[in-house]
Write a protein that binds this ligand. Structure first.
Ligand SMILES: Nc1ncnc2c1ncn2[C@@H]1O[C@H](COP(=O)(O)OS(=O)(=O)O)[C@@H](OP(=O)(O)O)[C@H]1O
Length: 297
């Protein structure tokens, strides 16, 4: 990105239709809301830290039929424009980058369902949504907020658990996000994938993505993609591990972007009391939905 260090600081959160966003996103909301999608745009939508980068690498590997030279052409944040991201000038906003991006475009977003620009639905665009259990998602987001110098500081873990449950974090609440996109499956072409399923049987989940994209790949290529998108391979791949981002934005000496990549790491962080409080709130907020997560596999 090459932006001068002083451009980046921890942005305040401002509400957009009741959802907290970092100030540059809120300031540019009109341009994001009126973004014009194209019919062959593919959205990879997630709550932050749910497995976006992993799915991006899988989709790019499929689209390039396992040609890893092509897949390693550029870092993740260059290969996949981030729809709503906005930084102070001269760093371009996602909507500006997208205007210059050739189709078919594969677009990253963390927007909750109801804030997706309407043109995506008018063009019946496909969406791959990745969801991760709330406890591991919270732990991953906590470490990310420590190392991402543009997001509000998370405070202590104890403080952060409360903020996460209240949805007082960038892109708002986990419950609202995962349930909103779950319900949206009834109306749109959405493949809803779980991080825990990807960990349990990556080949099975990659096959689902191949089918959803209308592609056919040999078992050998499937194996190759599976290897290339393993946590170990991605952690070592400079085009997938965000090492191309300057330390002034992502300080990987605080916490690596490819941190653990596990299910159940929450058990190393939640106290018994925090876990009971979280479970009680979880039960209330998930009541009435048939959306089920696994906190261990
Ligand atoms: N290949 C693979 N396998 C398993 N896990 C993986 C993989 N790639 C990324 N990750 C883990 O996903 C977490 C980052 O989430 P996102 O990519 O959604 O982050 S972001 O929202 O785009 O910033 C972050 O999770 P934590 O390690 O728990 O923090 C990454 O390590």
């Amino acid at each position: 990105m090459g932006a001068p260090q002083e451009l980046f600081y921890r942005f305040q959160l401002l509400p957009v239709h009741g959802i907290p966003f970092m100030k540059p996103i809120a300031d540019n909301w009109d341009r994001i809301e009126t973004f014009q999608a194209k019919p062959d745009d593919l959205l990879i939508a997630t709550y932050p830290k749910a497995g976006t980068t992993w799915m991006q690498e899988i989709v790019d590997s499929i689209m390039n039929a396992g040609d890893l030279k092509k897949v390693k052409r550029a870092p993740t944040h260059v290969r996949f424009p981030f729809l709503e991201i906005c930084n102070p000038s001269p760093v371009p906003c996602g909507v500006d980058v997208l205007e210059e991006t050739q189709s078919p475009r594969i677009i990253k977003t963390h927007l909750p369902y109801e804030l997706i620009p309407k043109s995506f639905w008018e063009h019946e665009c496909k969406v791959i949504y990745v969801a991760r259990n709330a406890k591991d998602n919270a732990v991953s987001y906590y470490y990310f907020d420590l190392m991402n110098k543009t997001q509000p500081h998370p405070g202590t873990w104890e403080e952060y658990v409360g903020k996460f449950l209240k949805g007082n974090v960038p892109w708002g609440g986990w419950f609202h996000h995962v349930i909103g996109w779950w319900k949206a499956r009834a109306k749109h072409q959405i493949l809803y994938v779980f991080y825990e399923d990807m960990k349990e049987d990556p080949k099975r989940e990659i096959r689902k993505v191949i089918r959803f994209l209308g592609k056919e790949l040999s078992e050998d290529l499937l194996e190759k993609i599976c290897q290339h998108t393993s946590f170990k391979a991605m952690k070592e791949n400079p085009m997938a591990n965000y090492s191309a981002m300057p330390d002034s934005v992502l300080d990987q000496s605080i916490s690596p972007f490819m941190r653990k990549g596990e299910v159940s790491d929450w058990k190393n962080h939640f106290t018994v009391q925090q876990n009971e409080m979280f479970d009680a709130e979880y039960q209330k907020r998930m009541e009435g939905t048939d959306l089920k997560f696994r906190c261990s596999i």
